[in-house]
Write a protein that binds this ligand. Sequence first.
Ligand code: SAH
Length: 398
Amino acid sequence: MPETETLAVVRLKPGQEDRLRAGHLWLFSNEVARVEGAAPPGCLAKVATAGGESLGLGFYHPHSLIALRMLAPGVEPVDAAFFRRRLEAALAYRTRVCPGETSYRLCFGESDALPGLVVDRYEDVLVLQVYSAGMELRLPAIGEALEALLSPRGIFLKNDHRLRQLEGLPGECRLLSGSVPERVQISEGGLRFWASVGAGQKTGHYFDQRENRAYLRPFFPGRTVLDLFCYTGAFAVNAAKFGAKAVLGIDSSAAAVALARENAALNGAGAAAEFDEADAEAVLASFAEGRQPFRPDMILLDPPSFVPSKKHLPKALRAYAKLNAAALKALPPGGLLATSTCSHHVGREDFVGMLRCAQAKARKPARLLALRGQACDHPILLAMPETEYLHFALLEVV
Ligand code: SAH
């Protein structure tokens, strides 16, 4: 019997339908009046207003704060053909907006109408991250659809994210199909990078900064660049290849620093770029104390998220401001600071406000040369502010 014939019905409390009608894809548990029928974690369910009007189909989870993730406005089978149609549309979009690229985020969950599913393409290898029980249960169909669409060498599940616990899903990294090497060489903007898909951070490479790396290229010539939080050197290698006089990359992860060195060598930039395993804040403090022989006139700051949840936002903004102030202090007049945050809890206004506060704190008035976001393979679903998470600014010390 097709799965859609015996669906449970999730009935909303009165007046709770507006956000879904506007295009948001999540229904929270406190907005549900009752569930009619058997509804185990990850099952398909119909959604209906208090008045009985149908709003469509979604994945339901009885124990998650996100009780339901919308999939479709009508009722349709959620099978390999369904996933193939959605992934085909996602691929067509990337082919259009990432010309010349063969590695990118192929599917950005909710923004590609596949809530809880991330697919990153590393040439002929696919790396998946699954955040919802509904998607987890349908991995065979998703795998089948991806095979039909791209015939990848292998599909790897990088399912170690803490958010999975919220849906009762185990943390695990394993092969879904085919074979996947420990690391994959990809191309980005004409440069080559090794990405460690099994042991690396995220799925191995930060595709979300691709356009910001390319944007900075005209600013690199003649600069002495300090790339703090450099990970595997994607920004640093761009700097060295596009005219920087000297580049120093800093990261606290020994594995990341080792790969950054290899990435510099891979692009023939080994002489211009050096990398050190160190704490970024300690490095900035050593500037304040005048202990640094390296004198940057351009600093790149791309720290991990400081905001584990909404309630940590004020504290996190103070920490970001402190870090940015320390970087601005280390720059001479005319110096450039390219700085980012990567938490959806930080809104664009919060980000700009934090930078205003940092330049005041550092007594380094600055011009805002650019305000940018995540690359276009991470599209923002306007109705879902949660899908916007990366802010990037270029500041110039006046
Ligand atoms: N700019 C990188 C991505 C940075 S991700 C790119 O474009 O690829 C954030 C990085 O910060 C991670 O590599 C992590 O290892 C590093 N990190 C976290 N805490 C740190 C600290 N205190 N000092 C230096 N690096 C740190």
